[in-house]
Structures are given as C-alpha cells and as structure tokens.
Design a protein around this ligand. Structure first.
Ligand code: SF4
Length: 345
C-alpha cells in the first residue's frame, strides 16, 4: 500500500486526515507542531503520541518526500548548497545563507523552469514539473535538521518561477507563517517573480503580507524580451502598472532585482531609464552583478562599470543596494542553480 504524505498538509487538511483514520482531532495539532515547529523527522520522536499511534503512523505515513543527495559548503562564506533527490528521481537544489543574525534559506519551487531566462542556469534545464507544497517545505525542514539551525528568513528564489506554482507556494508560505508551525514572520518571507501579471494581481487581491520581489533586469521592452522572455507575454508597459497597483493596495514597497550583465543592461543610459521608470513606484532596487557560470557566455560588469551605473542612481527617489552574492564558489548564487544529473526521464 502506498504511504500517505503528510508534509505539505495545512492544519485543516491534517485535521481531516486524522479524522479519516479515526483518531482524535487534537492529534492533528500535535503532529503539525512536531513536523513543522519542532522539525522532527520520525514518529519515534513524537513523544506525546501514544506508542500504538506512533507505530500505526509509521506504517501508513511517509514523513519525508526528499532525501539529501549532496551538500556543498562554500569556502568563501558560510553558505551551503543542497541537492535533494525527489521520489520520482528528479532533483532540486536549495541554499542556506547566513549574514549576521539573519539565517536565510532559498527554496526551489519547480524542477527546472519554463521561463527560460537565457542568463540563468535553471532556465537551461527546461521545465519538468511543479513541486508540491510538501516538497517545497521539506527542503527547509531537512536543511534545518541537518545543520541544526532555525531559518529566520525564507526566499522563494531558487529553481523555478514561484508564481507559476502559485497555489503550492502560497500554501507553503502559510505553513511557514503559521502560529503552530515555524512561525516565520510574513515580512521575512519573500516571493520573487519574473513578472507573471495575473498572479501579481491575484496576490494583490488576496492581500498577502509576504514580501514581493520582481526580477526586472531590463529597462526597455526589447532588452527584457531578450533577458526575461516572459516579457513577450507580460510586457513592461503592463507589468509596471500592475506592480504600482500592488504597492498602492498593500501599502508596501516592492523590491526590484536587477541583474547587471556586461554589455546588455549596465550602461549609464540604462541606469537613467531605471530611475525614470521606477520614480513613481514605492520600491527598493537590488543590483546584482551577474554570477557567471561555466555553461553560459554572459559576464559580470567590471567594478568601474558598476560604479558608473551607480553614479547615475545617486539621486534616485528609491533605495539602491548592491547584492554581492554568496556561495559563488559552489554555484549557489542567484541564477546559478542547475541540476546536471537528472535521473528521471
Ligand atoms: Fe526561471 Fe528565475 Fe531562472 Fe528565469 S531566472 S529561468 S524565472 S528560475
């Protein structure tokens, strides 16, 4: 008999499942806490469940849907990249990053990605499938258990476009934020999108309190058509008003990620267009010098070029930060995640 997967169930679903196996409703809350808040990986550790119940659950439930297949630690900083094998043979990566007291885990939401940004290693893999909520949250739980840490921040910025797996991502964020679960504050959970307009509107209408980040990477339709191909479907002229609407409705700033690629989008004219384009939107801009990978021809701008770009932003009405990516030596930085040996067909 195939075992039931409990990871990824929210409390209402767990309640329903526990009553389907004729157990008392309070057991659902106990199991929920053990899985998500206490991060235990076996029923044997769930000490407030009776011995009989633990035995019964171990027979019918599969507690983990992933296994750690590989782990690479950076020599440059404290980041660690994990390779997880999924039950169907596919694989995904997730990254642990530390900066002071901030412990961030970057989660993948898909195997591969259909958006196919040409500068991104994940985009080269093609799209295999969406991850379930259980497969997304289990990346975090396994990393926490392996490193004996607690994440303070979550970013949905790993492999895949989170807003093309909207329901599973929002469900995972809800579990992460829940009182009986890891209880990570909504403002510490960031969902990053390449600009899927219908889901930005849905996110706005549903009033979520998670942080929204948008990968901009270009200041003209032409540039963005090339670097973020989803722009051909959801062009800048429609994307920017949708984001502006989000900031008005939510009364929150949006973060724009701008990956600087030498010779593509790093000129002084680009910087001036960026200021003009975002002047009316409450936002912050993260400039990310491109993280080079061995498979792709794109390059990072020189320090001089980066400084020239920054000079043009001096009077911008929004905050600008330069994000020096961590984990570059283990290909764990933004745009570098790539699974070479995908065993499934
Ligand atoms: Fe997909 Fe993001 Fe890579 Fe673009 S940058 S291909 S949206 S994972």
């Amino acid at each position: 008999m195939e075992k039931t997967n409990l990871k990824g169930l929210d409390l209402a679903e767990l309640d329903k499942w526990i009553s389907s196996i004729s157990e008392k409703p309070f057991r659902a809350r106990q199991i929920y806490k053990w899985m998500y808040a206490k991060n235990v990986c076996s029923f044997a550790e769930m000490s407030n469940l009776s011995g009989d119940l633990r035995k019964k659950l171990a027979e019918i439930v599969d507690l983990s849907q992933l296994e750690i297949q590989d782990k690479r630690e950076s020599c440059q900083d404290d980041s660690v990249k994990y390779l997880f094998r999924l039950k169907d043979g596919h694989a995904v990566e997730a990254v642990y990053l530390v900066a002071g007291r901030r412990v961030t885990v970057c989660l993948s939401t898909m195997v591969g990605c259909p958006v196919a940004c040409p500068y991104c290693a994940t985009g080269m893999m093609g799209f295999k499938r969406n991850l379930t909520a259980g497969e997304i949250i289990d990346q975090l739980l396994l990393i926490q258990s392996d490193l004996n840490i607690r994440a303070t921040n979550i970013v949905f910025m790993g492999m895949g476009e989170p807003f093309l797996n909207y329901d599973n991502v929002i469900k995972t964020a809800g579990i992460l934020n829940s009182e009986l679960g890891p209880e990570i504050a909504a403002r510490r959970i960031t969902i990053s999108t390449a600009g899927i307009i219908p889901q930005i509107r849905r996110f706005t209408d549903e009033g979520h309190r998670y942080k929204l980040a948008v990968s901009l990477n270009g200041t003209t339709e032409f540039q963005r058509d090339e670097l973020v191909p989803i722009n051909r479907k959801y062009p800048l002229r429609e994307l920017l008003p949708a984001i502006h609407h989000y900031t008005k409705q939510s009364r929150r700033r949006v973060t724009f990620e701008y990956i600087l690629i030498a010779g593509y989008n790093d000129s002084a004219a680009d910087a001036r267009r960026l200021v003009k384009m975002l002047a009316q939107i409450p936002c912050k801009v993260n400039l990310i010098p491109y993280n080079e990978t061995e498979f792709l021809p794109y390059r990072a701008p020189s320090e001089d070029q980066l400084n020239r770009f920054l000079q043009q932003l001096y009077r911008a009405p929004f905050a600008v930060t330069v994000r020096r990516s961590k984990g570059q030596d283990i290909a764990a930085a933004c745009g570098q995640l790539y699974v070479q040996a995908d065993r499934s067909s």
